[in-house]
Design a protein around this ligand. Structure first.
Ligand code: GUN
Ligand code: ZN
Length: 435
């Protein structure tokens, strides 16, 4: 049995649907008790400690801030090495930088190397669950799942499906990548904490036959996920209109293929209509808000509050490598700035909700991860509100919880992640980690 002691934060309610100022709960001295990978006790230390009299090893973080591990609901691990590619908008960026980089994953050893680097980087960022795109290569998903299994992470991932408008080396054949996906589902879905996502890249890279086949596959495998991109840029939407003239909208392309519903996660959804918002809410699918990526590629300004207040399940995605950092704290800082450009304010309670409990709900995992509650899987992050001189200056004199969280998302990055726990095990310790 292991206990984590220190200041902690939890939520009273969804800060997009209820009062954001009232949503956060501050625990000045909490104890989280973990056993067999699960949280078995949580509460004020003075009350909780006597309930666990024997053999409790306690890691004490008196200067820390304990929260649920972060959820990154949209990220491309093969793009880690091309993060920060200069000067293009989405469609040119894909052709010029992304596809050549992903082609290198034909080499299984390269995939294994980058998968290991990527998973370590997630843990350094305090991210304990992610929904991850591989490349078109079957072994790209194997490499990632094998690495995540070794770390005990709850991970959603899949091999990308694409059969047009990219270099030949990256295209699925006439089988549309379906047999490879079937094999991956058989090997990995539901194994330990791993979950499979059927991953059609986006409508322009998939023929209608491929999308329909992906939809049938999803129907055949209840419990698996779908992840794809939706309405990221205006040029992309215009292209989809040309490619799928019979569809009523971009979202409708996926609806007609049977790819929209609970456990489907749509990346971006920047340029959406009121009809799209209603469709996203009613279908119960998740939307991954990727502010770093949208700002970097100049894709547009996501209508976060419109979607979240309408009841769409919104999560946060780094979208590396169009997003420029795997740090959830930095991505939230970008989310705040994007909200300002829309004239809105991303309250720190809303921000950390997106990155934890809200993200878990978008992924339909809210009964397992995203909260500090008995029965939840023991994935936690310990933040450090004094990690850098700038943060220390900003939070000195005991700032309020919301202000400390806001400082962390504005000034923080991996340096502000003191420790990360996965399945009740310490998997990243900033003080011990190699540089
Ligand atoms: N749309 C299709 N593929 C991609 C990708 O790899 N990144 C982003 N940001 N958008 C995409
Ligand atoms: Zn993406």
């Amino acid at each position: 049995m292991l206990g984590l002691r220190g200041p902690a934060f939890t939520f009273r309610h969804d800060p997009f649907l209820g009062d954001a100022d009232e949503a956060l709960v501050h625990w000045p001295d909490a104890l989280v008790v973990m056993r067999d990978g699960v949280i078995t006790g949580f509460g004020d230390h003075a009350a909780e400690r006597p309930r666990h009299p024997d053999r409790l090893e306690v890691h004490h973080y008196p200067e820390g801030l304990i929260g649920p591990g972060f959820v990154d609901a949209h990220v491309h691990y093969p793009q880690m090495e091309m993060t920060g590619a200069f000067g293009e908008t989405l469609l040119d960026w894909l052709q010029r930088y992304t596809y050549p980089t992903e082609a290198r994953f034909a080499d299984a050893a390269h995939a294994a190397r980058i998968a290991a680097l990527f998973l370590r980087a997630l843990l350094r960022a305090g991210t304990t669950t992610a929904a991850v795109y591989g490349t078109v290569h079957e072994h790209s998903a194997d490499a990632l799942f094998a690495g995540a299994e070794g770390l005990g992470m709850r991970l959603i991932a899949g091999k990308v499906l694409m059969d047009r408008h990219a270099p030949d080396a990256l295209l699925d054949g006439e089988d549309h990548g379906i047999p490879a996906t079937r094999r991956l589902i058989a090997r990995w879905h539901g194994r330990g904490r791993l979950l499979y996502a059927i991953t059609p890249r986006f409508a322009p890279a998939c023929t209608d036959e491929a999308l329909q086949a992906a939809g049938r596959l999803w129907c055949d495998h209840p419990g698996t996920y779908v992840q794809t991109h939706l309405c990221e840029t205006e040029a992309e939407i215009a292209w989809v209109r040309e490619l799928f003239p019979a569809a009523a909208s971009y979202l409708d392309v996926y609806v007609r293929a049977g790819l929209v519903g609970p456990r489907a996660v749509m990346g971006h959804a920047v340029h959406v209509t009121e009809g799209d918002i209603a469709g996203l809410r009613e279908s119960g699918c998740g939307v991954a808000h990727c502010p770093s990526s949208n700002l970097f590629l100049g894709s547009g300004l996501f209508r976060l509050h419109d979607l979240a207040e309408a009841g769409v399940r919104v999560a946060l995605g780094s979208d590396v490598g169009a997003g420029t950092s795997l740090s959830t704290l930095r991505t939230l800082g970008d989310g705040y700035k994007m909200a300002r450009l829309r004239g809105a304010r991303l309250h720190p309670a809303q921000a950390f909700w997106l990155a934890t409990r809200g993200g878990a709900a978008a992924l339909r995992l809210e009964d397992r991860i995203g909260s500090l509650e008995p029965g939840m899987e023991a994935d936690l992050v310990v933040l450090d509100p004094r990690a850098t001189p700038e943060l220390a200056l900003r939070t000195e004199g005991g700032a309020e919880l919301a202000d400390r969280l806001f400082a962390l998302m504005t000034l923080g990055d991996e340096r502000a992640v003191r420790a990360t726990y996965v399945g009740g095990r310490l998997v990243h310790d900033r003080e011990k980690a190699p540089a």
